[in-house]
Design a binder for this molecule. Sequence first.
Ligand SMILES: *[C@@H]1O[C@H](CO)[C@@H](O)[C@H](O)[C@H]1NC(C)=O
Ligand SMILES: *[C@@H]1O[C@H](CO)[C@@H](O)[C@H](O)[C@H]1NC(C)=O
Ligand SMILES: *[C@@H]1O[C@H](CO)[C@@H](O)[C@H](O)[C@H]1NC(C)=O
Ligand SMILES: *[C@@H]1O[C@H](CO)[C@@H](O)[C@H](O)[C@H]1NC(C)=O
Ligand SMILES: *[C@@H]1O[C@H](CO)[C@@H](O)[C@H](O)[C@H]1NC(C)=O
Length: 232
Amino acid sequence: MMLLSFCIFTLSFTAVLSMVIPCHPPKNFSDITPFQLTLIAPSTRACNISASFTDECRTAEQAAPFINKAFDDYAISSVGEKAAILSLMLFETGGLKFDRNHFPAPGRPGQGTRNLMTFPFVHQYALDTPSTHSRARALAGTNATDPSITNDTMNDVRDLVLGDELSFASAMWFYKASGPERVGCMANRSLADGLIAQTRQGWEDYITGCIFTIVTEDRASVWEKTISVLSP
Ligand SMILES: *[C@@H]1O[C@H](CO)[C@@H](O)[C@H](O)[C@H]1NC(C)=O
Ligand SMILES: *[C@@H]1O[C@H](CO)[C@@H](O)[C@H](O)[C@H]1NC(C)=O
Ligand SMILES: *[C@@H]1O[C@H](CO)[C@@H](O)[C@H](O)[C@H]1NC(C)=O
Ligand SMILES: *[C@@H]1O[C@H](CO)[C@@H](O)[C@H](O)[C@H]1NC(C)=O
Ligand SMILES: *[C@@H]1O[C@H](CO)[C@@H](O)[C@H](O)[C@H]1NC(C)=O
């Protein structure tokens, strides 16, 4: 239905302009668009080349394809789950401005990616990703809390997963595949149900029961904004 009306609109528009505009419907109507990202976080319209960590900044246009691919790859399709995960990423990175922990300077060693995971999770992500597994293992072994792992080594392991494809997928990996059982937040089915229902309580359970952090009004307002933009 939506596909049909999109094509009709495009075709009539084409006729008016007497131009050939092929009917390319959006790849997936459930994809998050760059425009939606800018509505949630207006600062993602652009990266300021004079700002700090500018090499880590990504615009909405740059980020959207990686975010959508990760939601597809980890089979996360409900608006409620997407909103919780996306709002976490936007909150943790100050609107996609960085993907390493910088505060307080020089930042906590090994913490990063687009959901600012702490080193033990960054380490597990690098070990569990086939393309980075052997380098992560050679750098830091398999025990993230081994005291012989230096700060520089933690940062080197983090560097393995900072490419956009992996960095923008870590929040989805965390939700679906992290932890000793490799089930992320799925160990408790009612957690996903709470997110799918898009209730404040469901979101709070995710923040406290799976992300293991505290609910603050700053965090909640990003989630509320995300729900309002993504919900039809
Ligand atoms: C860009 O960053 C610089 C340095 O922090 C700041 O002075 C300037 O106001 C910023 N520009 C915009 C448009 O935010
Ligand atoms: C569209 O996205 C949904 C949700 O992520 C996914 O289940 C579906 O396979 C996607 N369809 C296509 C054609 O990519
Ligand atoms: C490693 O990082 C920790 C936490 O930031 C810091 O307290 C410590 O001084 C650092 N160690 C070295 C050798 O720089
Ligand atoms: C990891 O290293 C820590 C610190 O040396 C140790 O207490 C812990 O038992 C080790 N864990 C495993 C699974 O070997
Ligand atoms: C599962 O999550 C719900 C909230 O979604 C929580 O109330 C419940 O205590 C959790 N159960 C366990 C066993 O952690």
